[in-house]
Design a protein around this ligand. Structure first.
Ligand code: PLP
Length: 712
């Protein structure tokens, strides 16, 4: 740091811009850093905080007097200031609710940028996109979560295809984070009772324009070594670690807000991990003299809860003795109500009665939602006995289908094309469906050229990544080969990038290897598949599936047309969802709650080939991708796999490959391009967080605000 060049006064705001992650989803701001020094931008995997110290004094001096640079710099700074002010936003036009009673959003993970690896997958991406959109719409909104000093693991693959997890200490100096300050202006540290001791928790702030996140970290020298480790890793520990993390997230999270002087109007629990928020709030009210029933009711009115998984094992549940042990220090203010509280989490999942975090959240929220229409049905069935005991309301479990932060996930290349054909203010109005009809006016030749360029960026990204592994990490020849060395630039490219776990069936397409080999190796119509994804460290089945894919990648009979890209993260995801031609999704129905990678792909004109699970029954309108429909519903897993695989091959052989390779005299696949247009047009406005968050406001947040004011 000491050797970094001083930034000239005229562009001194660069530091402010770099340390507010608002820049991540604003093209004008990204452009500032790209133009400042493109090589360093690439070298640092698009991380301005690392970048600024590497830019030379000459370069700073040069841009500080360049009118072209200053124009985009001034524009980005103006937009950032407006985002922070939050005036004249959708929220301010929609409600009269004042900003002093914000929505507090609790989540165990947030995916904001690849430089801050505090997310594992879809849940984190959704939380991150939710916060970004909250800033755009001007919501009074605060995120609460964890700053895991070692984050989620980096994935490396052995020569034999086995996943190894590497944890690296995150260097805070390389991230857009800062110590949060308490009301007294000092670094904020809060205390959380845990078992028979207390744990000190430091707090980091991450800025996102008009929104702030507060992230907790137990790695303080005042704590015992095992307590310092508590927040070290995301999903890295055993059950005991997990329940203690959740105590800190829930109880500590409320204390952080209090220490900041924040009194939220709505408390949003994103997944059950944060449900102990309820306990801390009940305690506060008991201490103010409420009865337990009144306290619980007050908490319930102002709490909303989003559930994310139809897989029973995906819901955290702990033996009662474990919960009692770790909450021992919290019972004080609960007095005789300890049993009342424990009853709020009681749930028999068929294997015995446990303290279930989802049950606690559902019993303590007035708004509950699932994340797609289908997931809404599944949730209502799965939790029927519990829903029956809740106070009656017209929609006990709503369905708010997920979305993705559209302007962040659209490729720069495609966005520029849209600038030419859509109304100039399309970014500001991108959830208006009619606006997207203009996509049909883009000439086929131009859109196809854009798509080919997007594939080529992805191709070069994969190749450069594997070159880097070879040169810098001494990767074996096998790894270099499996990483995509033999991919072609023009072949029909199928992407499968998602968590390696049984229900997503990453190896389904290998069900009939001969049939697949024929499909891939057609000399005139070659097909290739790019895989990526991490297996949870404890998921042996997922790791075996990954190894199976890796071995196929090295099997000559597939012609080098299968690649596995390691260490899947936001950065890799951006290239893949933009650059593939087809996005494959073949979970075991109905276990995919929503899935969001397919939305990112579809909006970029990457055609979905998907089982009718999660969001796809809503997204598929015919002509905008394909539905894998085996026409049968087996109870036998093997039979279902066989039927789904057969249906998948049929779609690929008879529809996808012909449509892609059917070219006219100008070498344009007209039918394909028509589908690309339908895909963009039908998905971009509807599966955006813009649409999603407005729904959360109307159907979840405003009712919770109103329930509070009625009572007061
Ligand atoms: C979008 C995204 C996901 C979610 O993908 P699914 O479709 O839910 O499997 C996971 N990880 C990353 C890095 C993503 O960008």
């Amino acid at each position: 740091m000491s050797e970094s060049s001083p930034i000239p006064e005229r562009i001194a705001g660069l530091h402010d811009l770099a340390t507010d992650l608002w820049w991540v989803w604003h093209n004008d701001a990204r452009e500032v850093f790209r133009r400042l020094d493109y090589k360093v931008w690439r070298l640092t995997a698009h991380n301005p905080v690392r970048m600024l110290p590497l830019v030379g004094a000459d370069r700073f001096a040069e841009v500080a007097i360049s009118p072209a640079f200053l124009q985009i710099y001034d524009e980005a700074m103006r937009q950032l200031a407006a985002a922070r002010a939050g005036a004249d936003t959708w929220w301010s036009g929609r409600t009269g609710i004042d900003r002093s009673r914000p929505i507090a959003y609790f989540s165990a993970e947030f995916a904001l940028h690849q430089s801050l690896p505090i997310y594992a997958g879809g849940l984190g991406v959704l939380a991150g996109d939710h916060c970004k959109e909250a800033s755009d719409l001007g919501l009074p909104f605060i995120g609460v979560g964890f700053m895991y000093p070692q984050g989620y693991f980096h994935q490396t693959i052995t020569a034999d295809g086995w996943q190894e997890e590497v944890y690296e200490q995150i260097d805070w100096a390389h991230t857009a984070t800062q110590r949060a300050k308490g009301l007294d202006g000092q670094d904020l540290v809060i205390v959380v009772p845990l078992g028979n001791r207390t744990v000190q928790v430091s707090v980091w702030q991450v800025k996102l324009g008009g929104v702030s996140l507060y992230l907790m970290d137990t790695n303080l020298p005042e704590n015992a070594p095992w307590d310092r480790e508590l927040s070290a890793r995301l999903y890295g520990g055993d059950r005991e670690t997990r329940v203690q993390q959740e105590v800190i997230l829930g109880i500590g999270g409320v204390r952080v807000l209090r220490a900041l002087g924040v009194d939220p109007g709505v408390w949003h629990l994103n997944e059950g991990h944060a449900a102990f928020v309820v306990l801390q709030r009940i305690r506060e009210l008991l201490e103010q003299g409420s009865s337990f029933a009144d306290a619980h009711e007050e908490v319930r009115r102002s709490t909303v809860f989003t559930t994310h998984t139809p897989v029973p094992a995906g819901h955290d549940a702990f033996p009662f003795h474990m919960v009692e042990t770790h909450l021992a220090g919290c019972w004080g203010g609960l007095g005789s109500h300890r049993e009342d509280f424990l009853a709020l989490g009681r749930f028999d999942n068929g294997h015995g009665t446990l303290f279930n975090m989802t049950a606690l959240a559902m019993r303590s929220a007035s708004g509950i939602n699932a994340v797609s229409q289908l997931h809404g049905h599944v949730t209502r069935q799965m939790w029927a006995p519990l829903i029956d005991e809740l106070p009656p309301q017209p929609e006990p479990v709503k369905a708010v289908t997920n979305g993705v932060h559209m302007t962040n996930w659209l490729s720069l290349e495609l966005s520029r094309k849209l600038d030419q054909y859509l109304p100039a203010d399309w970014r500001a109005r991108h959830d208006e469906t009619a606006l997207w009809d203009a996509v049909l006016r883009i000439p086929d030749e131009e859109l196809w050229e854009t798509r080919e360029r997007m594939r080529s960026y992805m191709y070069h990204f994969v190749r450069e990544r594997i070159r880097d592994r070879w040169v810098r990490e001494n990767a074996t020849a096998a790894r270099v080969l499996a990483g995509g060395t033999l991919l072609g630039q023009n072949a029909l490219t199928i992407g499968f990038a998602r968590r390696m776990t049984a229900y997503k069936r990453p190896d389904l397409i290998f069900k009939d290897p001969d049939r697949l080999a024929r499909l891939l190796n057609d000399p005139r119509r070659p097909v290739q598949i790019v895989f990526a994804g991490k297996a949870h460290p404890a998921d042996e089945g997922g790791k075996h599936a990954l190894q199976g894919i890796y071995r196929r990648a090295l099997d000559p009979r597939f012609g080098g047309r299968i690649a596995f890209v390691d260490d899947y993260d936001l950065h890799v995801a951006h290239y893949l969802v933009q650059g593939c031609d087809v996005w494959l999704n073949n979970p075991l129905k109905p276990l995919e709650a929503s899935g969001t990678s397919g939305m990112k792909a579809a909006a970029n004109g990457v055609l979905n080939v998907s089982i009718g699970d999660g969001w796809w029954p809503e997204g598929f309108v015919g002509g905008n991708g394909w539905l894998i429909d085996p026409g049968v519903d087996h109870t036998d897993r093997d039979a279902q796999d066989a039927a789904d695989a057969d249906a998948l091959y049929r779609v690929l052989e008879t529809e996808v490959v012909p449509a892609f390779y059917e070219r006219d005299a100008q070498d344009i696949p007209r039918r394909w391009v028509r589908m690309v247009k339908e895909s963009i047009r039908s998905v971009a406005p509807r599966f955006s967080t813009r649409r999603m968050l407005k729904e959360y406001v109307e159907r979840m947040y405003l009712p919770a605000y109103e329930a509070r004011t009625v009572r007061r």
